[in-house]
Ligand binder design. Structure first.
Ligand code: FES
Ligand SMILES: [Fe+2]
Length: 377
């Protein structure tokens, strides 16, 4: 799991003036809106004696802890009131919780879980179809019992569709099946592939049939940053589907998927249910395979697998991860486990760069020598 990316935390409509607890990167957070309607994301652990802020109350622009009533400001996490000290008491400087930058886009509240200054943050992927009336966009949410980085490997994988998805492949039934040369495209925050393949098609298909049976389809699919994936499928010269998946690590073992699907055909909302149900079926076909993949985490070394050319984009994705680890963005799961249950950490927020004196230590990160070794592999 990486810090320093934007993560989809919740659907916009579920973030209200009532506190909402969400778990991301193995840590608890509280989301709420202030009196101006601005969404906030704070570390959920009260720095007094550890109560869950999400079980407290929103008081205007502040959240009040349910245990002893300390109040914290949504905008910067500073404690503004400690009732037991009496009126007008001086608030200790260490009385603050981490507050994370938020953005609302595509019907989702995103939180930046890390301490990078604004200009250095990897951006949220651009989805130009979202506000375009030529496109119809739907959201599907689901939970997978997979490690997120492992699960992300499934999307840009050009060789799995033939076997995992009966609507898109022939399940190994074509004698002449192979994965033709795939083009790798490098972006600022990830790698994608472009492929052409033949699919069986479905009833009412918008595709054009090709000689010899099946339908010619083109697709580009890749990752953006550590946990966002996208797949653009061109069924015909005019019918396209563009899918974006924001994969939020709940913890190292679970992934919450916020899946946006855009189509530029069958724009009538009456078609949504059918489209959603098809997509859910396809996602479930992936889930069934991915929840059983071993080892559960991405293997330490690719010598423990037998890699072929069709896996090139997966290898590139792992190389990107090594670069982010080398920057010190990778959470040290062994360090976390070794600390045990009497130690609580926080995902560091940007304020920690300028404001010292915090009750909770930042989460352990894979650092220095380990990073250099990872980057050199
Ligand atoms: S634990 Fe939150 S006010 Fe005491
Ligand atoms: Fe798939």
């Amino acid at each position: 799991m990486f810090i320093n990316f934007w993560y989809a935390a919740e659907e916009t409509k579920n973030v209200t003036d009532k506190p909402l607890q969400v778990r991301m990167l193995g840590h608890e957070f509280v989301l709420f809106r202030d009196s101006q309607g601005k969404a906030h994301c704070l570390a959920n652990t009260c720095v007094h004696r550890g109560a869950s802020l999400a079980h407290g109350k929103i008081k205007g622009d502040f959240i009040e802890c349910p245990y002893h009533g300390w109040q914290f400001q949504g905008a910067d996490g500073a404690c503004v009131k400690i009732p037991s000290l009496g009126k007008d008491a001086r608030i200790p400087a260490r009385a603050k919780v981490d507050s994370y930058p938020t953005q609302e886009k595509y019907g989702l509240v995103f939180a930046f879980l890390g301490d990078l200054p604004e200009t250095e943050r990897p951006p949220i992927i651009d989805i130009p179809e979202f506000d375009n009336p030529q496109w119809r966009v739907g959201l599907i949410m689901t939970l997978w019992n997979v490690n997120t980085l492992r699960g992300v490997e499934n999307t840009p994988d050009p060789a799995h569709t033939e076997f995992v998805h009966p609507v898109m492949g022939f399940q190994g039934g074509r004698e002449d099946y192979d994965v033709p040369h795939i083009e790798l495209l490098e972006g600022a925050w990830g790698t994608s592939t472009r492929t052409k393949f033949v699919t069986p098609g479905a009833t009412g298909s918008v595709k054009a049939e090709v000689k010899g049976g099946g339908f010619q389809t083109e697709a580009e699919t890749g990752h953006h940053g550590a946990t966002t994936t996208y797949t653009w499928i061109q069924f015909s010269s005019t019918a396209w589907s563009r899918q974006y998946s924001f994969n939020t690590p709940v913890d190292a073992y679970h992934t919450r998927k916020f899946f946006l699907q855009a189509r530029n055909f069958a724009l009538d909302p009456a078609g949504d249910a059918r489209m959603d149900s098809r997509t859910r079926d396809v996602m479930d076909q992936d889930r069934v395979v991915m929840e059983r993949v071993q080892p559960f985490f991405v293997p330490m070394s690719s010598t423990e697998e037998v890699i072929v050319p069709a896996d090139r984009v997966i290898i590139r994705y792992r190389e990107w991860q090594k670069q982010w680890a080398a920057k010190g963005w990778l959470i040290d799961l062994d360090g976390l486990a070794a600390a045990g249950d009497s130690k609580k950490f926080a995902i560091p927020s940007p304020t920690r760069r300028t404001n010292k004196g915090w009750a909770l230590d930042p989460v352990p990160l894979v650092r220095s020598q380990q990073n250099q070794a990872i980057a050199a592999e």
